[in-house]
Write a protein that binds this ligand. Structure first.
Ligand code: UDP
Length: 496
C-alpha cells in the first residue's frame, strides 16, 4: 500500500493547477473557490507573483478555510527569463514565449513533490500543463482539464482541422463551409487558430498537450449548458469525455471588492470609476478592452483613438501598454476627458465596469472570459477578434447568438508578428460602427435593442445556471459525486 494515507479525511481534496495567464488563472481560481463552496477542499498551486493576484480574494472567501494555496518557485534563471514575468501578460517580448513554456514544464518536479505529499483525490489541470498528466498517472489520481474556452470553439477547431486539407478557396479570406456541426458555420483560412502560434517553436509542446488529453477523465469548463447545448453534447460525443460546464464563474464573485480586484489590482480607483459611471445615462457608455495579451501597433492605436473620439460616444478604453500609448496620451486624454471618455492604463476592473447599468456596449477581442462576462452582465458586443480561437468566439456571438456585431476584422495576428500587420481597422470604420451601435443614427436602434434583449435573457439563464439547482451548480455536485464514487472504488481496490 502507498505510504501516504490519502483517504483518511472524508472531505474530498482537489488540486488545481492554473496556467499563468489571466484568461486562465482568473477562472481557475474561481473554479477552485466554487468547489470549496460545495464542500470540497481546494488547493491552488501557483508561483508567488500569480498568487499575489488572487491571494486577497481567497482570504476574503467565505470558505477560505477549505482553500489552500501552495507556492512553487518560478525557474527564471534556468529558463533564461528576466524576473517579474511569471505570467504570459508580463513577458517583456513575445520572443520569450518559448522560454516561458520551458519554465512552465520545469515546474513538474515541484508539483510532483506536492502531489506525492498531499495525495489529492483529483487534479484539475490547465490544458497547457500537459506534464500534470504524468503526475496523475504516476499516483493513480483522476485528472480533469480546463481549457479556458467554449465547446463551440473546441468543436469548430476539431471540425475545421479535419476539413481544412480539402478546402478549395481562391483566397485566405474567402469563407468556406465547415461540415459536421449543428449549425451552418463558415470561416476563412486567415482565421484559423493554428497559424497564430505557427512560428513560436511550440509544436512539440502542442503535441504533448494532445497526448496528455488522451488520459483525461473529463473537462471542467467555464461555460454554461444553456448557451451552447448542442456543442457541449457534440464535444462529449467526439472526445468521449464528460464535460462539466460550471460557469459563468465570474458570477461567483458577489462582493464588490472581489469584482473590483479580480485578476489584479486595478489601475483606476474603484470609487472614481463607479462615480464616473454613475454620472452617465443608462446604456450610454462603451467599454473597450482587448484582453490581457493585446499588442496593437501605434498606428492601430491611433486609428482607434481617432475613431472613438469622432463617434462622440462616452467610453472607457483600456490600454494595456501605456508606454506605447505615450505618443498621444496627454493631449488626447485631456480632450476626451472633456467629451466623456476615460483611459485605463494597465488593469481594468472589467466585471465591475460591465455590471454597471451605464455600460451599454463592449468592444471586445472575444476572449472567452470577456464574452461570458459580457453575457452575464447583459451587454451586447462589438467584436474585434485578434488571434487564437477568438474568431470562432466571434462567430458564436454574431452569427449564432446574435448578440453582437462584427467590426470586420478579416485576418488574425500571428503571435509575435503583430507589427507586420499595421492597421487592421481604420478610424472611419471604428467611428461608423461605434456610432451605429451606441447611438443608432438618432432615435432607437432596433437591431441593437434586440441584441440587448437577447443578451439580457442569456444573462438571466447564466444566473439561473449558477444558482442553487441550476445546471452549472448541479454539474459541480455531479463531479463531486463522480469523484466520491471513484474514491470508494479505489479504496475497495486498495483493501482487496
Ligand atoms: N481582465 C480584466 N482587466 C483587464 C484585462 C482583462 O479584468 O484590464 C480580465 C477579464 O475580465 C477576463 C480576463 O482578464 O476575465 C481576460 O480573459 P479573456 O479570455 O477575455 O482574454 P485573454 O486575456 O485571455 O486574451
Amino acid at each position: 500500500a502507498a505510504k501516504a494515507q490519502p483517504h483518511d479525511d472524508h472531505q474530498l481534496h482537489l488540486f488545481f493547477f492554473p496556467f499563468m495567464l489571466p484568461g486562465h488563472l482568473i477562472p481557475m481560481t474561481d473554479i477552485a473557490r466554487i468547489f470549496a463552496s460545495h464542500g470540497t477542499k481546494a488547493t491552488i498551486i501557483a508561483t508567488p507573483q500569480n498568487i499575489s493576484r488572487f491571494q486577497s480574494i481567497i482570504d476574503r472567501d467565505d470558505h477560505h478555510q477549505s482553500i489552500n494555496i501552495l507556492k512553487i518557485d518560478f525557474p527564471f534563471a534556468a529558463a533564461d527569463l528576466p524576473p517579474n514575468c511569471e505570467s504570459l501578460d508580463n513577458l517583456p517580448s513575445r520572443g520569450l514565449t518559448y522560454n516561458f513554456s520551458k519554465a512552465n514544464s520545469m515546474l513538474h518536479p515541484q508539483a510532483d513533490d506536492l502531489v506525492s505529499r498531499y495525495r489529492p483525490d483529483a487534479i484539475v489541470s490547465d490544458l497547457n500543463l500537459p506534464w500534470t498528466a504524468e503526475i496523475a498517472h504516476k499516483y493513480g489520481i483522476p485528472r480533469f482539464t480546463f481549457n479556458g474556452t467554449c465547446c463551440f470553439s473546441l468543436c469548430l477547431t476539431m471540425a475545421a482541422s479535419q476539413h481544412k486539407p480539402n478546402v478549395k478557396v481562391n483566397s485566405e479570406t474567402e469563407p468556406f463551409f465547415v461540415p459536421g456541426l449543428p449549425d451552418p458555420v463558415y470561416i476563412t483560412l486567415s482565421q484559423l487558430p493554428d497559424r497564430f502560434f505557427g512560428k513560436t517553436g511550440l509544436d512539440e509542446f502542442f503535441e504533448k498537450i494532445f497526448e496528455a488529453e488522451r488520459d483525461t477523465c473529463g473537462v471542467v469548463s467555464n461555460t454554461f449548458f444553456e448557451i451552447e447545448p448542442e456543442y457541449v453534447k457534440l464535444y462529449e460525443k467526439v472526445t468521449g469525455k464528460f464535460v462539466y460546464p460550471v460557469g459563468p464563474v465570474s458570477l461567483f464573485n458577489t462582493k464588490t471588492r472581489d469584482v473590483a480586484e479580480r485578476g489584479n489590482k486595478a489601475s483606476i480607483g474603484e470609487d472614481y470609476c463607479v462615480s464616473w459611471l454613475d454620472s452617465k445615462e443608462p446604456n450610454s457608455v462603451l467599454y473597450v478592452c482587448f484582453g490581457s495579451l493585446c499588442e496593437f501597433t501605434e498606428s492601430q492605436l491611433l486609428e482607434i483613438a481617432s475613431g472613438l473620439e469622432a463617434s462622440e460616444v462616452s467610453f472607457i478604453w483600456v490600454v494595456k501598454d501605456s508606454e506605447k500609448f505615450k505618443f498621444l496620451t496627454e493631449e488626447f486624454e485631456e480632450r476626451i476627458k472633456e467629451r466623456s471618455g476615460i483611459l485605463i492604463k494597465g488593469w481594468a476592473p472589467q466585471v465591475l465596469i460591465l455590471n454597471h447599468p451605464s455600460v451599454g456596449g463592449f468592444m471586445t477581442h472575444c476572449g472567452w472570459n470577456s464574452v461570458l462576462e459580457s453575457v452575464s452582465s447583459g451587454v451586447p458586443m462589438i467584436t474585434w477578434p485578434l488571434f487564437a480561437e477568438q474568431f470562432y468566439n466571434e462567430n458564436l456571438v454574431v452569427t449564432r447568438l446574435k448578440i453582437g456585431i462584427a467590426i470586420g476584422v478579416e485576418q488574425g495576428l500571428a503571435w509575435g508578428e503583430e507589427e507586420k500587420i499595421g492597421v487592421l481597422i481604420k478610424r472611419d470604420r471604428v467611428e461608423e460602427v461605434v456610432t451605429r451601435f451606441m447611438k443608432g443614427g438618432g432615435g432607437q436602434n432596433l437591431e441593437v435593442e434586440e441584441m440587448r434583449k437577447r443578451v439580457s435573457e442569456l444573462g438571466e439563464l447564466a444566473r439561473l445556471a449558477v444558482n442553487k439547482g441550476g445546471s452549472s451548480y448541479v454539474n459541480v455536485d455531479n463531479l463531486i459525486t463522480d469523484l466520491s464514487k471513484h474514491r470508494r472504488n479505489h479504496r475497495v481496490t486498495l483493501l482487496e
